[in-house]
Design a protein around this ligand. Sequence first.
Ligand code: DHK
Length: 150
Amino acid sequence: MSPPLIVVLNGPNLNMLGVREPEKYGTATLDDVEALCAETAEEYGLAIDFRQTNAEGELVTWIQECRGRAAGIVINPAGYTTTSIAVMDALLAVDLPVIEVHITNIHRREEFRHNSYVSKAATGVICGLGVGGYALAIRAMADLVEQDEE
Ligand code: DHK
């Protein structure tokens, strides 16, 4: 049997990790984050499909495609966190466990970053723990997927 698939989705500007405001987001690149996710997934017997887009519609399409294909979604919606009802609706539509990740603690930052539409569709949220939050999300997803299989 093939391992359960976790789709890891990254929103706008995360392709610039490593060079983008390193004092906030750190120096790891998105390739480093992908490697961390792949390593963690392998440890827990999961497969991953890791993607990034700057386009809201593409993110919505990728979420929709998870239905019937993936066992769970890990998502850093980045700038779409606080604006996108479409991303929230897509996550609700696919009816899968969802873990929302933010590299920074959005609650310690500007007020406009505090309200997450995505949290209304998320099973859990990890923020403020740097890119290590992605590894924690995959670890948590391993438990959620196991519960779903029982
Ligand atoms: C990343 C972004 O690009 C911002 O728009 C969010 C998030 C925070 C992060 O911490 O990963 O506000």
